[in-house]
Design a protein around this ligand. Structure first.
Ligand code: ADP
Ligand code: MG
Ligand code: MG
Length: 271
């Protein structure tokens, strides 16, 4: 593998649970990239669910290497620090930030036309990875990035999982409580493509309401709310937007709308 010396760091783009994402410039060509930095010794010691975080990064790399789609962040190469203690993912740089700021919720909702545009991009990305039998398991606005032209890209495949032949579900969910699907909120939880679709629905709900449908700092309580409580919608939503949200945020994964029918929904056909 190559080393990182040929790039210079310009600024920090984001902080994750693991470390940092930086903006870098190729010294010779001036090309800009995002660099996701991992400290291998730290990752080895951290455990989330069944795998340690270094194994998560190995999944992230394996999955991203397979992907090639305009709605998914591109991984260009994996680099080492000269002492081999750090691992770097050189990624396509998205300079447009996130579709909605979630640092201080509630926030101002997006107009439906903007939400629709972002949701279309999210759906294209999901459709592509699901067709490749990959599930993301942490769909939420922080993992959606915008190019300078306002196109959505799916990012952060650290929780990604390849579904093995004939298996539609895996028995471990991952991700963020407020975006967790009802079927993944229980012991021995099951996560699959449907859970990504639910999380995309929570993301759309957040776009048009400025907050998530279920809010609690208590994990047991929020999982119970997700499984049992009805969802409240803003009275100002259009009929079509509400109808689509109700079909995606269907608690029974067997009855939940799937991507082809979402794409054909009236709300997505509007301008
Ligand atoms: P984590 O796995 O820790 O959540 P992410 O891959 O989601 O890490 O990156 C953390 C943050 O860094 C993102 O939410 C985003 O703000 C920023 N970021 C990540 N990748 C890029 C990129 N390719 N271009 C611009 N910003 C990025
Ligand atoms: Mg992330
Ligand atoms: Mg991650």
């Amino acid at each position: 593998r190559k080393f990182i010396n040929q790039y210079e760091t310009l600024k920090e783009l984001g902080k994750g649970s693991f470390g940092k994402v930086k903006l870098i410039k190729h010294t010779e060509t001036g090309e800009l990239f995002a660099l996701k930095v991992f400290n291998k010794n730290v990752l080895r010691k951290k455990r989330m669910g069944t795998r340690n975080m270094l194994q998560d990064v190995e999944h992230e790399i394996r999955i991203m290497k397979q992907m090639d789609h305009p709605s998914c962040i591109k991984l260009y190469e994996v680099l080492d620090s000269p002492d081999y203690h750090k691992l770097f993912l050189r990624l396509e740089y998205c300079e447009g930030g996130h579709p909605i700021c979630t640092e201080n919720l509630p926030t101002d909702p997006l107009p439906e036309a903007a939400a629709r545009k972002y949701f279309r991009g999210l759906l294209d990305g999901l459709d592509y990875i699901h067709s490749s039998n990959i599930i993301h398991r942490d769909i939420k606005p922080e993992n959606l990035l915008l190019t300078k032209d306002g196109m959505i890209k799916l990012a952060d495949f650290g929780t990604g999982q390849v579904l093995e032949d004939g298996n539609d579900l895996i028995n471990k969910s991952a991700g963020t409580p407020a975006f967790t699907a009802p079927e993944a909120c229980v012991e021995g939880d099951f996560s699959g493509k449907g859970a990504d679709i639910w999380a995309a629905g929570v993301t759309l709900y957040l776009f048009v309401h400025g907050k998530c449908p279920f809010i609690s700092n208590n994990l047991v309580q929020i999982f119970q709310m997700i499984r049992e409580d009805p969802i409240e919608f803003s009275p100002t939503l259009s009929h079509n937007c509400r109808d689509l949200l109700e079909k995606i945020l269907e608690k029974d994964p067997k009855k939940r709308i799937q991507i082809p029918d979402i794409k054909n929904h009236e709300w997505l056909k509007e301008d």
